[in-house]
Design a protein around this ligand. Structure first.
Ligand SMILES: [Zn+2]
Length: 127
């Protein structure tokens, strides 16, 4: 059975989406992805890069390294939540709607982890 590219519901072989709203939502997603994918990958790579750098700095400056890591993690989480761009094979296996949802959850987990670290940071290092 063929599935709707947006919501994953079963559809006939002639269609690509189950209805107009799914088609609209899918289009909106592709437009957003096209518009923001560059800025997303820049923020993404800066944050991903900052985490090991923070870990390295941590070995001689605990406070600075820890702050860098926690803020990088929180910013990464916020970015992934606002601009949830799942990887291509996530979209093809679970379709756009579910892939976005799971990506947002991952973003929320990263953000939560970042916030917990920032709180620890304030309690221990920034007194
Ligand atoms: Zn649909």
């Amino acid at each position: 059975m063929k599935k709707c590219d947006y919501c994953g519901k079963e559809i006939s072989y002639m269609e690509q989406y189950c209805d107009e709203s799914c088609q609209k939502n899918a289009l909106k997603y592709y437009e957003m992805q096209e518009k923001y994918t560059k800025i997303f990958s820049i923020i993404n790579s800066v944050c991903v890069f900052a985490i090991p750098v923070g870990l390295f700095i941590f070995s001689f400056r605990n406070d600075v390294g820890f702050s860098l890591m926690s803020f990088a993690l929180a910013i990464l989480g916020i970015t992934v939540m606002i601009l949830p761009f799942p990887v291509e094979n996530m979209i093809s296996s679970m379709k756009i709607k579910k892939a976005i949802k799971i990506t947002r959850i991952i973003g929320a987990v990263l953000l939560l982890l970042g916030i917990v670290l920032i709180v620890i940071d304030f309690l221990i290092f920034l007194k």
